[in-house]
Design a protein around this ligand. Structure first.
Ligand code: NDP
Length: 327
């Protein structure tokens, strides 16, 4: 359309954002005919860095990029935005418990939720990348009552993409040959990458790989891939996380018949997951909406155990921030 779309990226001075921003500006998200205005938000002490990122965006002379707003003010950052990539979050410091991280980041996402509610477009679509992503998403959503609940999602697409490639490598196929793969639950090591309903070139994946490989190689590899990257690169995954964020948003906006993994608010009626968790389910997307794929079989022992484990973790994360969800 003629009107540029506004996209905010938080934590815009960080590593993941450094890969996301340039692809947003190049059209990788909204395509080659949609002009964009980027809003870069980070903490006040990162202002210099934001100026540097803004300068580099200018230096690309992207034809689709109308403007780059840099700010540490949430009201400015979220003003009239159509899409929000919530990447910024406090990393876990030495000696910090998971609960401490939940509390510190919880507070950030309270303010973010309010700022979205007060400033963003009424149909702003949100992806949370900053960890603990699912629970951060739950908090932001809680404070943005005027925005449709389903507009708040958290990213499990990187886990999904990792699983796709591991299976493709193992079976000597291409990722596009693989259908019906999903990652269930929390974006954390308890996630459940599920290939029980998956086909590779029309053949059942479980007949192409043995269950021992699934249990002892595939599943832990996908679950621990983040740690593997840190060990190799001496830095956490950034380009692949940014790529997954763009895949998630692009497929949500443009639609896709492929099974995707998206974390969103559970209604209590889907696959036995309790109500009120941001949980990753299998979906397809159409007309800017995602829809759960129903009827997958989770009756086997392994699936039941894994779904329970990741559900229990999300319940305990929610409990740790309960005080924030009462206000
Ligand atoms: P990154 O850009 O590497 O990571 C940002 C967040 O994404 C982290 O919470 C990280 O979690 C999470 N993440 C989710 N999936 C992945 C994945 N697969 N691989 C790696 N990370 C993943 O962090 P930086 O430290 O480079 O940048 C963060 C920026 O956010 C800083 O500039 C900081 O100032 C800013 N910030 C902004 C805030 C705001 O705008 N309100 C608030 C707080 C910070 P994990 O730590 O678990 O890897």
């Amino acid at each position: 359309s003629d009107k540029p779309k506004r996209i905010v990226v938080t934590g815009a001075a960080g590593q993941i954002s450094y890969s996301v921003l340039f692809r947003l500006a190049s059209g990788a998200f909204l395509g080659p005919n949609q002009r964009v205005i980027l809003h870069l938000l980070d903490l006040p002490n990162m202002e210099e860095v934001l100026k540097g990122v803004q300068a580099e965006l200018h230096d690309c002379a992207f034809p689709l990029l109308d403007d780059v707003v840099i700010t540490s003010n949430q009201a400015v950052a979220f003003k009239d935005v159509d899409y929000a990539y919530l990447v910024g979050a406090k990393p876990r410091g030495p000696g910090m418990e998971r609960g401490d991280l939940l509390k510190d980041n919880g507070k950030i996402f309270v303010d973010t939720g309010k700022a979205i509610n007060d400033n963003a477009s009424r149909d702003c679509k949100v992806i949370v990348v900053g960890n603990p992503a699912n629970t951060n998403c739950l908090i932001a959503q809680h404070y943005a009552k005027d925005i449709p609940r389903e507009n708040f999602t958290a990213m499990t697409r990187l886990d999904h993409n990792r699983a796709l490639t591991q299976l493709a490598l193992k079976t000597g196929s291409r990722v596009t040959d693989i259908k019906n793969l999903v990652v269930w639950g929390n974006h954390s090591p308890t996630m459940y990458p599920d290939i029980r309903n998956t086909t590779v070139n029309g053949k059942k994946a479980t007949e192409l790989v043995d269950s021992n490989w699934i249990e002892t190689e595939f599943t832990p590899r996908v679950q621990q891939r983040g740690a593997e990257i840190i060990k190799l690169r001496k830095l956490s995954s950034a380009a692949s996380a940014g790529n997954a964020a763009i895949d998630h948003m692009r497929d949500w906006v443009n639609g896709s018949d492929e099974m995707q993994s998206i974390s969103f608010y559970s209604d209590g009626k889907t696959y036995g997951v309790p109500e009120g968790l941001i949980f990753s389910f299998p979906v397809t997307t159409k007309n800017g909406k995602y829809e759960v794929i129903k009827g997958l079989n989770l009756d086997d022992e392994v699936s039941r155990t894994r779904i329970k484990k990741t559900t229990d973790e999300l319940l305990s994360e929610r409990q740790a921030v309960e005080h924030l969800l009462k206000m």
